[in-house]
Design a protein around this ligand. Sequence first.
Ligand code: FES
Length: 141
Amino acid sequence: MSFNNLDQLYRSVIMDHYKNPRNKGSLEDDAVTIDMNNPTCGDRIHLTLKVTDGVVEDAKFDGEGCSISMSSASMMTQLIKGKKVEEALELSDVFSKMMMGEDYSDNYDLEDVEALQGVSQFPARIKCATLAWKAMEKGVK
Ligand code: FES
């Protein structure tokens, strides 16, 4: 696949998650709740996580933000559901590396999150992409 086609594919994956967010909503009962905002624009995320015996059983998010922040939240919740807390934190670490333009291990399957790798070329948007991940890290710790 040529670079342009790959770029287009990534764009369409991002827009699909933005328009049809996965895991939108809020968990009730004993869910861990994290509210965070991006200080540079005021956009916000409300993330709820259900963690049982060290496993992220469920994750939902709500909020307002740009296509990058909301699609990243959608992809992140999809990726971490069913993962152990340590794995979710490792994936967050891998995602940070991706955003910093550093090498990240191919041993991890980032699924749709791969589509965000181009964001590393736009420093002003990195905080958009990492908002949901910071919220998740705070929630599971
Ligand atoms: Fe606000 Fe992206 S512009 S999170």
